[in-house]
Design a protein around this ligand. Structure first.
Ligand SMILES: CC(C)(COP(=O)(O)OP(=O)(O)OC[C@H]1O[C@@H](n2cnc3c(N)ncnc32)[C@H](O)[C@@H]1OP(=O)(O)O)[C@@H](O)C(=O)NCCC(=O)NCCS
Length: 169
């Protein structure tokens, strides 16, 4: 099989149906945030696709005033730089819309995602203790333990203040 490389990929808007498919597969169909529950029609998405238009990653986001929330970030194949690429793409989108704040939530077991955000200049600005209890009200199927057997309890809030995005050559 030919290895996938970043330069074989392109970004395009994701349809609501595509978002729905990924969310059903990976997020039990919806995303529970601090005071909001998102369903696919509530968000916009950017898909990273290969030369056959097969999706290798998806970032979804929601803009509220001067801030853009990264609602989900998923790569189908991990460790190839696709997560970083999608994060930069959504930041560019925010920058082009004049936003000065990007933020994201993740559960306290998600060390891989935390590493990605921290390496892109995000800071851990809040820890919402026991916020996963509320997520479980909407997703009773959510396991007690997450990545690396870490009990999922809290939501970590990461933030990056402008300038967002990366210079376009
Ligand atoms: C989180 C996720 C999007 C990362 O995507 P990815 O394609 O594997 O990430 P990348 O290959 O682009 O890695 C980018 C950077 O993340 C950081 N990173 C990745 N894994 C890491 C780890 N285990 N520890 C610390 N940092 C790590 C590194 O800085 C890495 O850069 P480098 O490769 O130059 O060292 C992916 O693992 C995923 O789909 N997870 C499931 C969904 C999810 O939890 N999403 C996040 C919350 S919405």
């Amino acid at each position: 099989m030919t290895p996938l490389r970043q330069h074989d990929m392109r970004l395009r808007p994701a349809t609501t149906d595509e978002i729905k498919e990924v969310w059903e597969d990976r997020w039990f169909g919806l995303v529970v945030c601090l005071s909001t529950v998102y369903t696919p029609p509530d968000v916009e998405g950017l898909a990273l696709v290969d030369y056959n238009d097969e999706m290798v990653g998806l970032v979804t986001y929601h803009v509220d005033g001067p801030a853009g929330q990264i609602v989900t970030l998923d790569t189908i194949i991990r460790g190839r730089g696709f997560g970083r690429h999608l994060l930069e793409a959504v930041e560019n989108k925010f920058h082009n819309r004049g936003l000065g704040r990007a933020w994201a939530l993740m559960t306290n077991d998600n060390l891989r995602a935390a590493g990605l955000y921290l390496s892109r200049g995000y800071r851990l600005v809040r820890i919402h203790l026991d916020a996963v209890d509320r997520v479980r009200e909407h997703k009773p199927e959510l396991p007690v333990k997450g990545y690396e057997g870490i009990p999922m309890r809290d939501l970590w809030e990461f933030e990056k203040l402008g300038p967002l995005g990366v210079p376009v050559p």
